[in-house]
Ligand binder design. Structure first.
Ligand code: PG9
Length: 627
Protein backbone atom coordinates (compact mmCIF):
# COMPACT_ATOMS: atom_id res chain seq x y z
CA UNK A 1 0.00 0.00 0.00
CA UNK A 2 3.01 2.27 0.12
CA UNK A 3 2.51 5.32 -2.05
CA UNK A 4 4.57 5.63 -5.16
CA UNK A 5 6.58 8.47 -3.62
CA UNK A 6 7.96 6.22 -0.86
CA UNK A 7 8.19 3.00 -2.83
CA UNK A 8 11.67 1.57 -2.53
CA UNK A 9 12.79 3.95 0.27
CA UNK A 10 13.70 2.67 3.73
CA UNK A 11 10.59 4.31 5.17
CA UNK A 12 8.43 2.19 3.01
CA UNK A 13 9.68 -0.90 4.83
CA UNK A 14 8.12 0.19 8.11
CA UNK A 15 4.55 -0.94 7.98
CA UNK A 16 2.11 1.69 9.16
CA UNK A 17 1.06 -0.57 12.03
CA UNK A 18 4.55 -1.39 13.30
CA UNK A 19 4.41 -0.78 17.08
CA UNK A 20 6.03 2.57 17.79
CA UNK A 21 7.30 1.55 21.20
CA UNK A 22 9.74 -1.20 20.33
CA UNK A 23 10.86 -2.31 23.77
CA UNK A 24 14.47 -1.87 22.64
CA UNK A 25 16.67 0.61 24.48
CA UNK A 26 16.91 3.90 22.62
CA UNK A 27 20.51 4.80 22.04
CA UNK A 28 21.22 8.50 21.56
CA UNK A 29 24.25 9.21 19.38
CA UNK A 30 27.29 10.09 21.45
CA UNK A 31 29.75 11.14 18.80
CA UNK A 32 29.36 14.83 19.69
CA UNK A 33 30.07 14.21 23.40
CA UNK A 34 33.35 15.49 24.79
CA UNK A 35 33.38 12.47 27.13
CA UNK A 36 32.81 8.74 27.17
CA UNK A 37 30.63 7.23 29.88
CA UNK A 38 31.26 3.62 30.87
CA UNK A 39 28.96 1.59 33.08
CA UNK A 40 30.86 -1.29 34.63
CA UNK A 41 30.40 -3.85 37.38
CA UNK A 42 33.59 -4.06 39.45
CA UNK A 43 34.14 -7.33 41.34
CA UNK A 44 34.98 -7.15 45.05
CA UNK A 45 37.03 -9.81 46.90
CA UNK A 46 33.85 -11.64 48.00
CA UNK A 47 32.53 -11.84 44.42
CA UNK A 48 29.95 -9.07 44.85
CA UNK A 49 29.98 -6.65 41.91
CA UNK A 50 29.59 -2.93 42.39
CA UNK A 51 28.02 -0.71 39.77
CA UNK A 52 30.42 1.99 38.72
CA UNK A 53 30.11 4.88 36.29
CA UNK A 54 33.36 6.04 34.75
CA UNK A 55 33.36 9.30 32.84
CA UNK A 56 36.47 9.74 30.72
CA UNK A 57 37.21 12.97 28.83
CA UNK A 58 37.60 12.15 25.14
CA UNK A 59 41.22 11.83 24.18
CA UNK A 60 42.39 11.55 27.81
CA UNK A 61 45.87 10.20 28.42
CA UNK A 62 47.70 9.90 31.74
CA UNK A 63 44.73 11.43 33.50
CA UNK A 64 44.09 11.26 37.26
CA UNK A 65 40.98 9.62 38.65
CA UNK A 66 38.60 11.30 41.09
CA UNK A 67 36.50 8.69 42.92
CA UNK A 68 33.32 8.99 44.98
CA UNK A 69 31.57 5.99 46.54
CA UNK A 70 27.90 6.80 47.10
CA UNK A 71 24.61 5.45 48.45
CA UNK A 72 22.83 8.13 46.37
CA UNK A 73 22.81 6.64 42.85
CA UNK A 74 26.03 6.70 40.85
CA UNK A 75 24.08 7.14 37.60
CA UNK A 76 22.17 10.12 39.00
CA UNK A 77 25.31 11.67 40.45
CA UNK A 78 26.90 11.59 37.01
CA UNK A 79 23.97 13.06 35.10
CA UNK A 80 23.16 16.52 36.44
CA UNK A 81 21.66 17.24 33.03
CA UNK A 82 21.67 15.61 29.62
CA UNK A 83 24.41 17.27 27.64
CA UNK A 84 27.24 16.51 25.24
CA UNK A 85 29.58 18.34 27.67
CA UNK A 86 31.20 16.60 30.62
CA UNK A 87 31.07 19.78 32.68
CA UNK A 88 27.28 19.77 32.48
CA UNK A 89 26.65 16.15 33.36
CA UNK A 90 28.78 16.15 36.52
CA UNK A 91 27.92 17.97 39.78
CA UNK A 92 28.72 21.68 40.14
CA UNK A 93 31.50 20.88 42.62
CA UNK A 94 33.35 18.88 39.95
CA UNK A 95 33.64 21.71 37.44
CA UNK A 96 37.16 22.67 38.53
CA UNK A 97 38.33 19.09 38.00
CA UNK A 98 36.58 18.66 34.66
CA UNK A 99 38.35 21.75 33.35
CA UNK A 100 41.67 20.02 34.06
CA UNK A 101 40.86 16.74 32.37
CA UNK A 102 40.25 14.47 35.37
CA UNK A 103 38.53 11.11 34.92
CA UNK A 104 35.46 11.04 37.19
CA UNK A 105 34.17 7.88 38.83
CA UNK A 106 31.02 7.35 40.89
CA UNK A 107 30.28 3.96 42.41
CA UNK A 108 27.14 2.65 44.10
CA UNK A 109 28.01 1.20 47.50
CA UNK A 110 27.06 -2.43 47.99
CA UNK A 111 23.34 -3.05 48.12
CA UNK A 112 22.27 0.33 46.71
CA UNK A 113 21.01 1.18 43.23
CA UNK A 114 22.95 -0.83 40.62
CA UNK A 115 25.30 -2.64 43.00
CA UNK A 116 24.98 -6.19 44.23
CA UNK A 117 25.23 -7.28 47.85
CA UNK A 118 23.59 -6.21 51.10
CA UNK A 119 23.11 -2.64 52.15
CA UNK A 120 24.01 -2.00 55.76
CA UNK A 121 23.57 1.64 56.77
CA UNK A 122 27.05 3.04 57.48
CA UNK A 123 28.40 -0.54 57.42
CA UNK A 124 30.83 -0.94 60.33
CA UNK A 125 34.47 -1.81 59.77
CA UNK A 126 35.45 -5.48 59.94
CA UNK A 127 35.79 -6.35 63.59
CA UNK A 128 33.46 -6.92 66.51
CA UNK A 129 30.41 -5.52 64.67
CA UNK A 130 31.21 -6.91 61.23
CA UNK A 131 32.29 -10.53 61.03
CA UNK A 132 32.36 -10.60 57.21
CA UNK A 133 35.46 -10.22 55.06
CA UNK A 134 34.35 -6.93 53.56
CA UNK A 135 33.64 -3.36 54.55
CA UNK A 136 33.89 0.02 52.84
CA UNK A 137 37.62 -0.01 53.39
CA UNK A 138 38.11 -3.22 51.40
CA UNK A 139 35.53 -2.14 48.80
CA UNK A 140 37.46 1.10 48.25
CA UNK A 141 40.72 -0.86 48.02
CA UNK A 142 39.32 -3.36 45.49
CA UNK A 143 37.74 -0.59 43.44
CA UNK A 144 40.91 1.49 43.24
CA UNK A 145 42.91 -1.62 42.36
CA UNK A 146 40.53 -2.40 39.49
CA UNK A 147 40.41 1.20 38.26
CA UNK A 148 44.15 1.68 37.97
CA UNK A 149 44.47 -1.65 36.15
CA UNK A 150 41.50 -1.24 33.82
CA UNK A 151 41.08 2.42 32.96
CA UNK A 152 43.78 2.70 30.33
CA UNK A 153 43.53 6.50 30.11
CA UNK A 154 44.52 6.87 33.77
CA UNK A 155 47.94 7.71 35.18
CA UNK A 156 47.42 5.25 38.03
CA UNK A 157 46.73 7.94 40.64
CA UNK A 158 43.44 8.23 42.45
CA UNK A 159 41.96 10.93 44.68
CA UNK A 160 38.82 10.40 46.74
CA UNK A 161 36.31 13.09 47.55
CA UNK A 162 32.75 13.24 48.80
CA UNK A 163 30.49 14.85 51.34
CA UNK A 164 28.53 13.34 54.19
CA UNK A 165 27.82 9.66 53.47
CA UNK A 166 30.16 10.07 50.53
CA UNK A 167 32.64 11.59 53.02
CA UNK A 168 32.18 8.61 55.34
CA UNK A 169 33.24 6.31 52.48
CA UNK A 170 36.35 8.45 51.95
CA UNK A 171 37.29 8.05 55.63
CA UNK A 172 36.71 4.30 55.33
CA UNK A 173 39.18 4.17 52.43
CA UNK A 174 41.78 5.89 54.63
CA UNK A 175 41.67 3.12 57.22
CA UNK A 176 43.71 0.90 54.91
CA UNK A 177 44.48 2.92 51.80
CA UNK A 178 45.37 1.36 48.45
CA UNK A 179 48.83 2.59 47.38
CA UNK A 180 47.28 4.33 44.37
CA UNK A 181 45.14 6.49 46.64
CA UNK A 182 47.24 9.64 46.65
CA UNK A 183 45.00 12.30 48.19
CA UNK A 184 41.63 12.53 49.95
CA UNK A 185 39.04 15.11 50.95
CA UNK A 186 36.39 13.82 53.36
CA UNK A 187 33.81 16.60 53.27
CA UNK A 188 31.42 16.72 56.26
CA UNK A 189 32.05 13.01 56.78
CA UNK A 190 29.71 11.04 59.03
CA UNK A 191 32.18 9.90 61.68
CA UNK A 192 30.32 9.48 64.96
CA UNK A 193 26.56 9.17 64.65
CA UNK A 194 25.95 9.36 68.38
CA UNK A 195 28.13 12.29 69.45
CA UNK A 196 27.09 14.74 66.81
CA UNK A 197 26.79 13.43 63.26
CA UNK A 198 23.36 12.76 61.80
CA UNK A 199 21.61 10.46 64.26
CA UNK A 200 22.12 12.10 67.67
CA UNK A 201 23.78 15.07 69.39
CA UNK A 202 25.14 13.99 72.77
CA UNK A 203 22.38 11.41 73.01
CA UNK A 204 19.42 13.54 71.89
CA UNK A 205 17.84 11.89 68.83
CA UNK A 206 17.25 13.78 65.59
CA UNK A 207 13.77 13.07 64.32
CA UNK A 208 14.61 14.25 60.79
CA UNK A 209 16.14 10.81 60.44
CA UNK A 210 12.84 9.03 59.97
CA UNK A 211 12.59 10.33 56.42
CA UNK A 212 16.23 9.37 55.85
CA UNK A 213 15.61 5.81 57.11
CA UNK A 214 12.68 5.29 54.75
CA UNK A 215 14.52 7.07 51.92
CA UNK A 216 17.54 4.81 52.28
CA UNK A 217 16.21 1.47 53.39
CA UNK A 218 12.68 0.86 52.12
CA UNK A 219 13.98 0.47 48.55
CA UNK A 220 17.23 -0.44 46.84
CA UNK A 221 16.82 2.86 45.00
CA UNK A 222 15.27 5.92 46.60
CA UNK A 223 12.46 5.36 49.08
CA UNK A 224 9.78 7.87 49.95
CA UNK A 225 9.65 10.07 53.08
CA UNK A 226 7.20 9.18 55.85
CA UNK A 227 3.67 10.34 55.17
CA UNK A 228 2.83 12.76 57.97
CA UNK A 229 -0.59 13.64 59.25
CA UNK A 230 -0.28 17.41 59.12
CA UNK A 231 1.57 20.43 57.74
CA UNK A 232 3.35 21.42 60.97
CA UNK A 233 5.80 18.72 62.13
CA UNK A 234 5.62 20.29 65.58
CA UNK A 235 1.94 19.33 65.89
CA UNK A 236 2.38 15.96 64.22
CA UNK A 237 5.33 14.77 66.29
CA UNK A 238 3.81 16.08 69.53
CA UNK A 239 0.66 14.09 68.90
CA UNK A 240 2.59 10.80 68.77
CA UNK A 241 4.56 11.19 72.02
CA UNK A 242 7.96 9.50 71.99
CA UNK A 243 10.09 8.94 68.90
CA UNK A 244 9.44 5.23 69.46
CA UNK A 245 5.69 5.76 69.33
CA UNK A 246 6.02 7.90 66.20
CA UNK A 247 8.10 5.14 64.61
CA UNK A 248 5.62 2.45 65.59
CA UNK A 249 2.63 4.41 64.26
CA UNK A 250 4.38 4.92 60.91
CA UNK A 251 5.61 1.38 60.39
CA UNK A 252 9.27 2.32 60.87
CA UNK A 253 9.86 -0.65 63.17
CA UNK A 254 9.92 -2.78 60.04
CA UNK A 255 13.26 -1.19 59.25
CA UNK A 256 16.23 -2.95 60.87
CA UNK A 257 18.24 0.25 61.15
CA UNK A 258 15.57 1.90 63.29
CA UNK A 259 15.46 -1.20 65.48
CA UNK A 260 19.26 -0.95 65.88
CA UNK A 261 18.84 2.65 67.03
CA UNK A 262 16.01 1.74 69.42
CA UNK A 263 18.25 -0.93 70.94
CA UNK A 264 21.25 1.40 71.37
CA UNK A 265 20.09 4.71 72.83
CA UNK A 266 23.32 5.13 74.82
CA UNK A 267 26.94 5.32 73.67
CA UNK A 268 27.60 1.61 74.02
CA UNK A 269 29.99 -0.60 72.05
CA UNK A 270 27.69 -0.41 69.03
CA UNK A 271 28.48 3.30 68.66
CA UNK A 272 31.98 3.32 70.10
CA UNK A 273 33.15 0.68 67.64
CA UNK A 274 31.80 2.71 64.72
CA UNK A 275 33.38 6.03 65.73
CA UNK A 276 35.77 6.70 62.89
CA UNK A 277 37.69 9.48 64.65
CA UNK A 278 38.77 6.77 67.09
CA UNK A 279 39.77 4.58 64.13
CA UNK A 280 41.69 7.50 62.61
CA UNK A 281 43.60 7.97 65.87
CA UNK A 282 44.97 4.42 65.36
CA UNK A 283 45.63 4.77 61.62
CA UNK A 284 49.00 5.62 60.08
CA UNK A 285 48.88 8.91 58.21
CA UNK A 286 49.70 7.72 54.70
CA UNK A 287 47.49 9.83 52.44
CA UNK A 288 47.47 13.66 52.39
CA UNK A 289 43.99 14.42 53.71
CA UNK A 290 41.90 17.57 53.77
CA UNK A 291 39.21 17.32 56.46
CA UNK A 292 36.39 19.67 55.70
CA UNK A 293 33.02 20.76 57.03
CA UNK A 294 30.70 23.70 57.30
CA UNK A 295 30.68 26.01 60.31
CA UNK A 296 26.88 25.66 60.38
CA UNK A 297 26.69 22.07 59.22
CA UNK A 298 23.23 20.96 60.28
CA UNK A 299 23.96 17.26 59.68
CA UNK A 300 27.59 16.35 60.28
CA UNK A 301 28.96 18.81 62.80
CA UNK A 302 31.28 16.33 64.53
CA UNK A 303 33.20 14.31 61.97
CA UNK A 304 35.87 16.45 60.33
CA UNK A 305 36.63 18.66 63.33
CA UNK A 306 37.25 15.59 65.50
CA UNK A 307 39.12 13.54 62.91
CA UNK A 308 41.61 16.30 62.10
CA UNK A 309 43.01 16.38 65.68
CA UNK A 310 42.98 12.57 65.79
CA UNK A 311 45.48 12.56 62.91
CA UNK A 312 47.38 15.75 63.68
CA UNK A 313 49.92 14.35 66.20
CA UNK A 314 51.37 12.19 63.42
CA UNK A 315 51.66 15.06 60.94
CA UNK A 316 55.17 15.90 62.02
CA UNK A 317 55.99 18.13 59.02
CA UNK A 318 52.53 19.74 58.94
CA UNK A 319 52.10 18.69 55.31
CA UNK A 320 49.70 15.72 55.41
CA UNK A 321 46.72 16.62 57.55
CA UNK A 322 44.62 19.68 56.67
CA UNK A 323 41.47 21.33 57.99
CA UNK A 324 38.98 23.46 56.07
CA UNK A 325 35.85 25.06 57.52
CA UNK A 326 33.72 27.37 55.42
CA UNK A 327 30.68 29.46 56.38
CA UNK A 328 28.52 26.69 55.01
CA UNK A 329 25.51 24.54 55.66
CA UNK A 330 25.89 20.81 55.13
CA UNK A 331 27.56 20.02 51.77
CA UNK A 332 27.39 23.64 50.63
CA UNK A 333 31.06 23.30 49.71
CA UNK A 334 29.95 21.73 46.45
CA UNK A 335 27.50 24.39 45.33
CA UNK A 336 27.28 28.20 45.48
CA UNK A 337 28.10 29.75 48.86
CA UNK A 338 27.89 33.52 48.63
CA UNK A 339 25.28 33.47 51.41
CA UNK A 340 23.63 31.32 54.03
CA UNK A 341 20.15 32.34 55.09
CA UNK A 342 20.34 36.04 55.96
CA UNK A 343 24.15 36.03 56.05
CA UNK A 344 26.12 37.33 53.07
CA UNK A 345 29.75 36.47 52.43
CA UNK A 346 32.54 38.09 50.50
CA UNK A 347 31.78 36.31 47.23
CA UNK A 348 31.20 32.62 46.52
CA UNK A 349 33.24 31.12 49.36
CA UNK A 350 32.76 27.55 48.15
CA UNK A 351 34.01 28.32 44.65
CA UNK A 352 36.95 30.24 46.13
CA UNK A 353 37.86 27.18 48.14
CA UNK A 354 37.38 24.64 45.33
CA UNK A 355 39.29 26.70 42.79
CA UNK A 356 42.08 28.17 44.91
CA UNK A 357 42.73 25.51 47.55
CA UNK A 358 41.16 22.13 46.80
CA UNK A 359 42.02 21.82 43.12
CA UNK A 360 45.74 22.82 43.42
CA UNK A 361 45.99 20.44 46.41
CA UNK A 362 44.58 17.52 44.41
CA UNK A 363 46.68 18.44 41.35
CA UNK A 364 49.85 18.36 43.42
CA UNK A 365 49.36 14.68 44.22
CA UNK A 366 47.52 13.52 41.13
CA UNK A 367 48.76 15.40 38.08
CA UNK A 368 52.23 14.60 36.86
CA UNK A 369 54.43 17.68 36.95
CA UNK A 370 51.90 19.82 38.83
CA UNK A 371 53.50 22.42 41.10
CA UNK A 372 53.49 22.11 44.87
CA UNK A 373 50.36 23.84 46.06
CA UNK A 374 50.41 26.64 48.59
CA UNK A 375 47.95 24.81 50.84
CA UNK A 376 47.27 26.38 54.24
CA UNK A 377 47.31 23.71 56.97
CA UNK A 378 44.10 25.29 58.24
CA UNK A 379 41.78 27.30 56.02
CA UNK A 380 38.84 28.62 57.98
CA UNK A 381 36.36 31.37 57.36
CA UNK A 382 36.21 34.25 59.80
CA UNK A 383 32.46 34.70 60.10
CA UNK A 384 32.62 38.00 62.00
CA UNK A 385 35.06 39.85 59.75
CA UNK A 386 33.93 38.09 56.59
CA UNK A 387 37.16 36.73 55.14
CA UNK A 388 39.17 33.51 54.95
CA UNK A 389 41.91 32.93 57.52
CA UNK A 390 44.99 30.76 56.90
CA UNK A 391 46.51 29.24 60.03
CA UNK A 392 49.35 26.78 60.68
CA UNK A 393 47.27 24.76 63.15
CA UNK A 394 43.93 24.55 64.92
CA UNK A 395 42.56 25.52 67.39
CA UNK A 396 44.24 28.79 68.23
CA UNK A 397 42.92 28.75 71.77
CA UNK A 398 42.53 25.67 73.96
CA UNK A 399 43.16 24.44 77.50
CA UNK A 400 46.62 23.10 76.72
CA UNK A 401 49.02 23.19 73.81
CA UNK A 402 47.60 26.28 72.07
CA UNK A 403 49.00 29.78 71.73
CA UNK A 404 46.08 31.19 73.75
CA UNK A 405 44.05 29.97 76.70
CA UNK A 406 40.25 30.09 76.84
CA UNK A 407 38.61 32.62 79.12
CA UNK A 408 35.51 31.98 81.21
CA UNK A 409 32.50 34.05 80.27
CA UNK A 410 30.14 33.93 83.24
CA UNK A 411 26.36 33.74 83.35
CA UNK A 412 24.96 36.08 86.00
CA UNK A 413 21.54 35.99 87.64
CA UNK A 414 19.21 38.54 86.09
CA UNK A 415 20.28 37.65 82.55
CA UNK A 416 23.75 39.20 82.45
CA UNK A 417 26.89 37.84 80.87
CA UNK A 418 30.41 39.04 81.59
CA UNK A 419 34.05 38.05 82.07
CA UNK A 420 33.71 39.05 85.75
CA UNK A 421 33.29 36.07 88.04
CA UNK A 422 30.05 36.19 90.05
CA UNK A 423 30.33 37.70 93.51
CA UNK A 424 28.41 36.60 96.60
CA UNK A 425 24.95 38.06 97.05
CA UNK A 426 24.32 38.78 93.36
CA UNK A 427 21.61 36.14 92.91
CA UNK A 428 22.11 32.43 92.90
CA UNK A 429 20.23 31.35 89.81
CA UNK A 430 17.80 32.16 87.03
CA UNK A 431 14.99 29.66 86.45
CA UNK A 432 12.30 28.59 84.04
CA UNK A 433 9.70 25.89 83.74
CA UNK A 434 10.25 23.41 80.93
CA UNK A 435 7.01 21.78 79.88
CA UNK A 436 7.35 18.81 77.50
CA UNK A 437 3.77 19.49 76.41
CA UNK A 438 4.97 22.84 75.02
CA UNK A 439 8.54 22.25 73.85
CA UNK A 440 10.59 25.09 72.37
CA UNK A 441 10.46 24.93 68.57
CA UNK A 442 13.78 24.74 66.72
CA UNK A 443 12.45 27.06 64.00
CA UNK A 444 9.34 29.26 63.98
CA UNK A 445 6.17 27.27 63.44
CA UNK A 446 5.00 25.74 61.22
CA UNK A 447 8.22 23.79 61.76
CA UNK A 448 8.73 21.72 58.67
CA UNK A 449 11.89 19.64 58.81
CA UNK A 450 11.52 18.42 55.23
CA UNK A 451 11.37 21.96 53.86
CA UNK A 452 14.74 22.45 52.23
CA UNK A 453 15.19 26.13 53.04
CA UNK A 454 14.16 25.55 56.67
CA UNK A 455 16.45 22.58 57.11
CA UNK A 456 19.54 24.01 55.46
CA UNK A 457 19.48 27.35 57.29
CA UNK A 458 18.02 26.59 60.71
CA UNK A 459 21.34 26.97 62.52
CA UNK A 460 21.65 30.61 61.41
CA UNK A 461 18.01 31.58 62.10
CA UNK A 462 17.53 34.77 64.09
CA UNK A 463 17.08 33.46 67.65
CA UNK A 464 14.78 36.36 68.59
CA UNK A 465 11.89 34.05 67.76
CA UNK A 466 12.44 32.32 71.13
CA UNK A 467 14.21 35.09 73.07
CA UNK A 468 11.76 36.18 75.77
CA UNK A 469 9.81 32.90 75.88
CA UNK A 470 9.25 32.02 79.54
CA UNK A 471 11.06 28.71 79.01
CA UNK A 472 14.19 30.21 77.45
CA UNK A 473 16.82 31.94 79.57
CA UNK A 474 18.82 34.74 78.01
CA UNK A 475 22.11 36.08 79.35
CA UNK A 476 23.59 39.03 77.51
CA UNK A 477 26.71 41.18 77.78
CA UNK A 478 27.08 44.93 77.47
CA UNK A 479 27.89 46.14 73.94
CA UNK A 480 31.52 45.36 73.19
CA UNK A 481 33.99 48.22 72.97
CA UNK A 482 36.70 46.13 71.27
CA UNK A 483 36.58 43.11 68.95
CA UNK A 484 36.25 39.79 70.75
CA UNK A 485 38.00 37.07 68.73
CA UNK A 486 37.31 33.39 69.30
CA UNK A 487 39.03 30.58 67.41
CA UNK A 488 38.26 27.11 68.68
CA UNK A 489 35.53 25.16 70.38
CA UNK A 490 33.63 26.88 73.20
CA UNK A 491 33.13 24.56 76.14
CA UNK A 492 29.98 24.86 78.20
CA UNK A 493 30.26 24.55 81.95
CA UNK A 494 26.65 24.64 82.98
CA UNK A 495 25.74 24.39 86.65
CA UNK A 496 22.11 23.44 86.47
CA UNK A 497 19.43 21.76 88.49
CA UNK A 498 16.09 20.29 87.55
CA UNK A 499 13.12 19.30 89.66
CA UNK A 500 12.81 16.26 87.40
CA UNK A 501 15.11 13.25 87.15
CA UNK A 502 16.30 13.74 83.57
CA UNK A 503 16.63 16.80 81.35
CA UNK A 504 18.03 18.11 78.08
CA UNK A 505 20.13 21.27 78.07
CA UNK A 506 20.35 23.35 74.93
CA UNK A 507 23.00 26.07 74.87
CA UNK A 508 23.50 28.71 72.19
CA UNK A 509 26.40 31.13 71.99
CA UNK A 510 24.99 34.11 70.14
CA UNK A 511 26.32 37.22 68.42
CA UNK A 512 23.74 40.00 68.89
CA UNK A 513 24.06 42.58 66.15
CA UNK A 514 23.64 46.29 66.97
CA UNK A 515 20.00 47.39 66.95
CA UNK A 516 20.57 49.62 63.95
CA UNK A 517 22.72 48.75 60.94
CA UNK A 518 22.46 51.40 58.25
CA UNK A 519 23.79 49.30 55.36
CA UNK A 520 21.78 46.19 56.22
CA UNK A 521 18.79 47.44 58.22
CA UNK A 522 17.16 44.01 58.24
CA UNK A 523 20.08 42.67 60.29
CA UNK A 524 19.53 45.19 63.14
CA UNK A 525 19.42 43.27 66.44
CA UNK A 526 19.90 39.89 64.71
CA UNK A 527 20.70 37.04 67.12
CA UNK A 528 23.08 34.71 65.31
CA UNK A 529 24.03 31.47 67.06
CA UNK A 530 27.71 30.96 66.28
CA UNK A 531 27.77 27.69 68.24
CA UNK A 532 24.87 25.57 69.45
CA UNK A 533 24.58 22.18 71.15
CA UNK A 534 22.07 19.96 72.91
CA UNK A 535 23.15 17.69 75.75
CA UNK A 536 21.02 14.88 77.19
CA UNK A 537 21.42 15.24 80.96
CA UNK A 538 21.36 11.52 81.84
CA UNK A 539 24.80 11.26 80.21
CA UNK A 540 26.36 13.84 82.56
CA UNK A 541 28.73 11.31 84.13
CA UNK A 542 28.98 8.70 81.40
CA UNK A 543 27.85 8.53 77.79
CA UNK A 544 27.73 4.76 78.05
CA UNK A 545 25.93 4.38 81.37
CA UNK A 546 23.15 6.93 81.80
CA UNK A 547 21.93 7.76 85.30
CA UNK A 548 18.93 9.54 86.79
CA UNK A 549 19.67 13.12 87.75
CA UNK A 550 19.41 13.94 91.46
CA UNK A 551 16.52 16.43 91.58
CA UNK A 552 17.00 20.05 92.61
CA UNK A 553 20.78 19.86 92.98
CA UNK A 554 23.10 22.10 91.03
CA UNK A 555 25.25 19.75 88.95
CA UNK A 556 27.93 20.44 86.39
CA UNK A 557 27.18 19.69 82.75
CA UNK A 558 30.37 20.12 80.80
CA UNK A 559 30.37 19.68 77.05
CA UNK A 560 32.22 20.89 74.02
CA UNK A 561 30.28 22.97 71.54
CA UNK A 562 30.83 23.23 67.77
CA UNK A 563 33.98 24.98 66.62
CA UNK A 564 33.83 28.59 65.56
CA UNK A 565 36.18 31.21 64.12
CA UNK A 566 34.30 34.37 64.88
CA UNK A 567 34.88 37.98 65.80
CA UNK A 568 32.19 39.71 67.83
CA UNK A 569 32.61 43.24 66.54
CA UNK A 570 32.49 46.44 68.62
CA UNK A 571 28.91 47.45 69.26
CA UNK A 572 27.77 43.81 69.17
CA UNK A 573 26.80 41.93 72.33
CA UNK A 574 27.47 38.37 73.32
CA UNK A 575 24.50 36.29 74.40
CA UNK A 576 23.97 32.82 75.82
CA UNK A 577 20.55 31.20 75.67
CA UNK A 578 19.64 28.12 77.68
CA UNK A 579 16.51 26.04 77.08
CA UNK A 580 15.48 22.39 77.41
CA UNK A 581 14.13 21.40 74.00
CA UNK A 582 14.59 21.94 70.27
CA UNK A 583 11.45 20.37 68.89
CA UNK A 584 10.57 18.52 66.73
CA UNK A 585 14.13 18.26 65.44
CA UNK A 586 15.21 16.52 68.66
CA UNK A 587 12.95 14.08 70.49
CA UNK A 588 11.69 15.38 73.81
CA UNK A 589 13.23 14.40 77.08
CA UNK A 590 10.34 13.28 79.32
CA UNK A 591 12.13 14.92 82.28
CA UNK A 592 11.41 11.78 84.28
CA UNK A 593 14.16 9.20 84.11
CA UNK A 594 13.13 6.10 82.14
CA UNK A 595 15.42 3.31 80.93
CA UNK A 596 15.00 4.10 77.24
CA UNK A 597 13.58 7.46 76.17
CA UNK A 598 12.45 5.96 72.87
CA UNK A 599 9.85 4.04 74.87
CA UNK A 600 8.77 6.84 77.27
CA UNK A 601 5.05 6.73 78.04
CA UNK A 602 2.76 9.78 77.98
CA UNK A 603 2.71 9.90 81.82
CA UNK A 604 6.53 10.17 81.93
CA UNK A 605 6.50 13.59 80.28
CA UNK A 606 6.36 16.08 83.14
CA UNK A 607 6.98 19.77 83.70
CA UNK A 608 10.18 20.61 85.55
CA UNK A 609 11.63 23.70 87.16
CA UNK A 610 15.05 24.30 85.69
CA UNK A 611 17.63 26.49 87.34
CA UNK A 612 20.84 27.79 85.86
CA UNK A 613 23.14 28.51 88.79
CA UNK A 614 25.23 31.63 88.91
CA UNK A 615 26.66 31.82 92.43
CA UNK A 616 30.41 31.86 93.15
CA UNK A 617 30.21 28.22 94.38
CA UNK A 618 28.14 27.08 91.40
CA UNK A 619 29.22 29.40 88.62
CA UNK A 620 28.05 28.63 85.10
CA UNK A 621 30.31 29.80 82.31
CA UNK A 622 31.29 29.30 78.72
CA UNK A 623 34.97 28.64 78.35
CA UNK A 624 35.51 30.94 75.38
CA UNK A 625 38.44 30.19 73.04
CA UNK A 626 39.64 33.79 72.90
CA UNK A 627 42.85 34.49 71.05
N1 PG9 B 1 24.04 13.61 56.34
C1 PG9 B 1 23.71 12.52 55.45
C2 PG9 B 1 24.08 11.19 56.07
C3 PG9 B 1 25.37 10.71 56.13
C4 PG9 B 1 25.62 9.49 56.70
C5 PG9 B 1 24.62 8.79 57.26
C6 PG9 B 1 23.36 9.29 57.24
C7 PG9 B 1 23.06 10.47 56.67
C8 PG9 B 1 24.22 12.78 54.06
O1 PG9 B 1 24.06 13.93 53.64
O2 PG9 B 1 24.69 11.91 53.35
Amino acid sequence: LASAAFAGSALAQTPPMAPDITGKKFVAPTSANDYEKRDVMIPMRDGVKLHTVIVVPKGAKNAPILLTRTPYDASGRSSRMDSPRMIDILPEGDEVFVRSGYIRVFQDVRGKYGSQGDYVMTRPLRGPLNGTKVDHSTDAWDTIDWLVKNVKESNGRVGMIGSSYEGFTVVMALVDPHPALKVAAPESPMVDGWMGDDWFNFGAFRQTNFDYFTGQTTEKGKGKPVVNEGYDDYTTFLSFGSAGDYGKAHGIEQLPFWRKILEHPAYDAFWQEQALDKAMARTPLKVPTMWLQGLWDQEDMWGAIHSYPAMEPRDTNNDMNYLVMGPWRHSQVNVGAASLGALKWDGDTALQFRRDVLKPFFDQYLVEGAPKADTPPVFIYNTGENHWDRFPSWPLSCASGCAAQPKPLYLHAGGKLSFDAPAAGQGEYDEYVSDPAKPVPFVPRPSRMGDRETWTTWLVKDQRFVDGRPDVLTFVSEPLTAPLRISGAPEMNLQASTSGSDSDWVVKLIDVYPETMASTPEMGGYELAVSLAIFRGRYRESFEHPKPIAPNQPLLYKFVMPTTNHVFLPGHRVMVQVQSSLFPLYDRNPQTYVDNIFFAKPGDYRKATQRVWTSPQNASFVSLPVK
